[in-house]
Design a protein around this ligand. Structure first.
Ligand SMILES: NC(=O)c1ccc[n+]([C@@H]2O[C@H](COP(=O)([O-])OP(=O)(O)OC[C@H]3O[C@@H](n4cnc5c(N)ncnc54)[C@H](O)[C@@H]3O)[C@@H](O)[C@H]2O)c1
Ligand SMILES: [Zn+2]
Length: 353
């Protein structure tokens, strides 16, 4: 079967590799669509980061580069391994793409995303969504009912957003400020709107500002080149500031703006994965007793994000800006996101096309 494999920085190849084998307790899936994520771009341009470099096998997967890429994918079940009795062949599903030690409890309520040596399918081994077929453990498979398979490829980043929103403790009736309207910022805003918050977004790119408005995920969009974003937020909150802030840009000026725009006693969730250590305005953070929190991946978020999409509360189709086949992965996918990032949100790949 064909698969996109990460060999080294700037070296991703479309190759023919053996089909994965069905084992007891696993599920075989024909991949329908797989999204390209900022993390994939980081691996391509600056990696390996999550990918275990050649000669340094991952402690759980036992694999190192080359590995198959793709962690945001949907597909259809083709075979069930021995002992899997609660799913059906032909069912459409998404995969929660974790590589987590066998003995870690991944039942509801457990913080399994924080377990030792956690990594992701499509980065740390165990196959990936940028291939025609994949076999995964039963515990990572989530049926999606009648959600279209293209939209379902965005359930994974939506689950990142949902986890971030949950980490903030945000409640209906509160106000949020989201810094950065890339895929993660837009989807975080979508979850916050679905939870009944008033949502403000700060963004520079014209296309992304327009998308934040046209999709209705933001009540108002600010451009930091045109106005003082924190002041605009205060004007709309009786001088208080936002209850919760979300850093989704990995730009230090955005973190500064969030500390300014969030009310005393508020919460800022840092979603960005920083390539460098930012300076943080701790003096202001201290005087305002702001809680600055991290968030990574998801844990038990998929059932809720699947429900939000299947009930029509969140429409993911609006965030898909291109569809390509596997052969166009570099030119129409990675290069496009590198050179034309602001005109895209999510590019999805059909690995069978
Ligand atoms: N914590 C997690 O589990 C997790 C999971 C996935 C992605 N991430 C991280 O989330 C971050 C966002 O991902 P993405 O794919 O949306 O990134 P992205 O680069 O596509 O989006 C960032 C956005 O910030 C905007 N921006 C830049 N400077 C700005 C400024 N001064 N003011 C306002 N906006 C500004 C950019 O125009 C861009 O639209 C990345 O760091 C990514 O690695 C984290
Ligand atoms: Zn991702």
């Amino acid at each position: 079967m064909r698969a996109a494999r990460f060999h080294a920085r700037n070296d991703i190849r479309i190759e023919d590799i053996p089909e994965p084998e069905l084992r007891p307790g696993t599920v075989a899936i024909d991949v329908a669509w797989c999204g390209i994520c900022g993390t994939d771009l980081h691996e391509y341009l600056e990696g390996p980061i999550f990918v275990p470099p050649a000669g340094h096998p991952h402690p759980i997967s036992g694999e190192s580069a080359p590995v198959t890429m793709g962690h945001e994918f949907s597909g259809t079940i083709t075979h069930l391994g021995e002992g899997v009795t609660d799913l059906n062949v032909g069912q459409n599903v998404v995969v929660e793409p974790y590589i987590i030690a066998e003995d870690v409890d991944t039942s509801p309520g457990q913080s399994y995303q924080l377990s030792k040596d956690m990594n992701f399918i499509g980065l740390g081994g165990h196959g990936g969504g940028l291939s025609e077929k994949i076999v995964v453990q039963r515990r990572w498979v989530h049926p999606i009912g009648d959600i279209p398979l293209d939209q379902a490829a965005l359930i994974e980043p939506l689950s990142v957003a949902h986890h971030a929103a949950t980490r903030s403790g945000a409640a209906a009736g509160q106000t949020a400020i989201v810094g950065g309207a890339g895929p993660i910022g837009l989807l975080t805003a979508a979850v916050l709107k679905a939870k009944g918050l008033t949502v403000f977004i700060s963004e520079l790119s014209e296309a992304r500002k327009a998308m934040a408005e046209s999709t209705g995920v933001a009540d108002e969009v600010f451009d930091p080149r045109e106005s003082d974003v924190a002041e605009s937020v205060r004007q709309r909150t009786d001088g208080k500031g936002a209850d919760v802030g979300f850093e989704c840009s990995s730009v230090p000026a955005v973190l500064d703006m969030l500390i300014d725009a969030t009310r005393p006693g508020g919460v800022i969730v840092n979603v960005s994965i920083w390539g460098h250590r930012p300076e943080v305005d701790l003096p202001s953070l201290v005087l305002k007793e702001i809680d600055l929190r991290g968030t990574i991946g998801y844990a038990g978020d998929h059932p809720e994000t699947i429900r939000l999409v299947s009930e029509g509360t969140i429409d993911l189709s609006a965030f898909i800006t291109a569809r390509i086949g596997l052969d166009a992965l570099i030119t129409g996918g990675f290069d496009e996101l590198i050179d034309n990032n602001e005109h895209h949100v999510k590019i999805i790949v059909n690995p069978r096309a």
